[in-house]
Design a protein around this ligand. Structure first.
Ligand code: CAA
Length: 240
């Protein structure tokens, strides 16, 4: 059995593609999900990947869920903090609840996911952390003050974790997807989505598998010296 990889939000969208890519690369994958039991059951039936239900915004639930994964599959050496939500609204209309939901899930959720596995990675002198950020954490986005704040925060997290983990053989990197053909992007009003696609030099949305391949590289042994970095995969929509 290969190394154990945990993917949060791993049964749908970009996360599902990451789970499958890591399974195909020989990892034993645990895919976390928050609420959609039907999608998770379908995902397991189609891929054979085990799913685990907990809310990444809840530290105790994350800790208990990860303990269950480790009891079933073994120590988690690879963690992909992918789970994320949007609650888009122009700032003047954004409610404190929309702010809090996104911060709790997208940003605190990264802490809640990585913190429980970090001591084991330090002890075993190996770990791979990948956080799925976003182009909108790099450039900001009209209607996404909350989301952009969390995705920019992800970049600070991996740069700091990289410095703390390097001497223990742990790497922490971010992937910044551009606009990818997932339910999240399809939920953007059609007219807005069309204008977004018009602004992508590649002339199309990205595919989830194009992000999954970036992750598969970052967690591989070959990427041991890539630490604290950001891979942007956005069809040339934005350069840092
Ligand atoms: N730039 C400039 N102005 C804009 C704008 C933009 N991108 N979008 C809207 N506006 C303008 C509107 O034209 C409107 O102007 P007028 O008042 O002069 O007509 C004004 O802002 C207010 O617009 P609305 O009243 O339509 O605002 P709304 O309350 O309906 O909310 C919105 C609009 C929710 C922000 C909507 O535009 C939207 O969903 N935008 C998409 C945001 C986005 O890109 N989300 C990404 C989701 S996918 C994702 O997050 C994955 C990832 O990582 C990439």
């Amino acid at each position: 059995m290969g190394r154990v990889a945990l993917v949060t939000g791993g049964s749908r969208g970009i996360g599902a593609a990451i789970s499958v890519a890591l399974k195909n690369a020989g990892y034993t994958v645990a895919a976390n999900y928050a609420g959609n039991d039907e999608a998770a059951a379908k995902f397991t039936a189609e891929t054979g990947i085990k799913t685990y239900k907990w809310n990444v915004a809840d530290y105790d639930a994350s800790k208990a869920g990860i303990a269950q994964v480790e009891a079933d599959l073994g120590p988690v050496d690879v963690v992909i903090a992918n789970a994320g939500i949007t609650r888009d609204a122009p700032f003047h209309k954004m409610t404190p609840d929309q702010w809090k939901q996104v911060i709790d899930t997208n940003l605190t959720g990264v802490f809640n996911t990585v913190h429980p596995v970090w001591p084991g990675m330090r002890e075993r002198k190996f770990g791979r952390v990948v956080v799925i950020s976003s182009i909108n954490g790099q450039k900001g986005q009209f209607g996404q003050v909350n989301y952009a704040a969390t995705k920019a925060g992800d970049l600070g997290i991996v740069k700091s974790l990289a410095q703390e983990g390097a001497r223990f053989g742990i790497t922490a990197n971010a992937v910044c997807p551009g606009y990818i053909a997932t339910e999240m992007v399809m939920a953007v009003p059609e007219k807005v989505r069309e204008s977004i696609i018009a602004g992508i030099p590649a002339g199309r949305l990205g595919e989830p598998e194009e992000i999954a391949r970036c992750v598969a590289f970052l967690v591989s042994d070959d990427a041991g010296f890539v630490n604290g970095s950001t891979i942007s995969a956005n069809g040339a929509q934005f350069f840092v």
